[in-house]
Ligand binder design. Structure first.
Ligand code: IYR
Length: 222
């Protein structure tokens, strides 16, 4: 055995039939996920949020540097501050900063600068990416594959939220500088994504969209 290694104790073996059944069943679970913009204010217990963040934290990362940090906000005053700041940015975006082509791409989603979900949803999880790490002697240490790693962690976070029975939205107010300020994050971190988490509103609606077919997203070389 290599130094600092151990046998793969955690692997769970299944028969090929079980693997086929599990892959198919999980696809059906995940295909029910939708990005939700209309939230209920119903509370979600903190331990659920702790668990989905720990699932995200189990993601693979470049050199296992785990270059992510999550701020979970249920404090109403802080949610309000975030909403006000995000809507301020979005007003600039929808009111002129966004190129016409981008606004046209967003039109089918019916989004605009109003972001009520930012103070209605019981939790906001803000994901920060750590562009570098402070070394022992106070220098800037290099982090590897930061966007890839953080993107994978957020993908697992979204999967965990959906699997738990809650809904979320990958919200990207842009620019997101205000989030590091409000959350008082250190200078090596930049906001990566903001996810409101909770239950859908009773009258929740989602845009009519479709996902690409297998042949549009994959090619097999056998
Ligand atoms: N950040 C803006 C615009 C927006 C961008 C994408 I990419 C979307 O999928 C939806 C909206 C907003 O949140 O309104």
């Amino acid at each position: 055995m290599k130094e600092n290694h151990q046998p793969l104790h955690s692997y769970q073996a299944y028969s090929e039939a079980e693997i086929q059944q599990r892959a198919d069943a999980f696809r059906h679970i995940m295909q029910r996920r939708r990005s939700v913009r209309m939230f209920s204010d119903r509370a979600v217990p903190r331990d659920v949020i702790e668990n989905v963040i720990l699932t995200a934290g189990s993601a693979p990362s470049g050199a296992n540097q785990q270059p992510w940090f999550f701020c979970a906000v249920s404090n109403p005053l802080m949610k309000r501050r975030i909403r006000v700041a995000a809507e301020h940015e979005e007003q600039a975006f929808y009111g002129g900063r966004a190129p016409q082509e981008w606004l046209q791409a967003l039109a089918p989603l019916g989004t605009n600068a109003s972001k009520p979900f930012l103070d209605v949803a019981p939790w906001l999880i803000i994901c920060f990416a750590q562009s570098w790490h402070p070394t022992a002697d106070g220098a800037k240490g290099k982090n590897y594959y930061v966007s890839e790693s953080t993107g994978i962690a957020v993908g697992m976070l979204i999967t965990a939220i959906h699997h738990a029975g809650l809904v979320t939205l990958t919200h990207t107010p842009s620019p997101m500088g205000f989030l590091a300020e409000i959350c008082e994050r250190p200078e090596n971190e930049r906001a990566f994504l903001l996810l409101p988490v909770g239950y859908p509103a009773d009258d929740c609606e989602v845009p009519l969209i479709t996902k690409k077919a297998l042949h549009d997203i994959a090619q097999f070389f056998e």
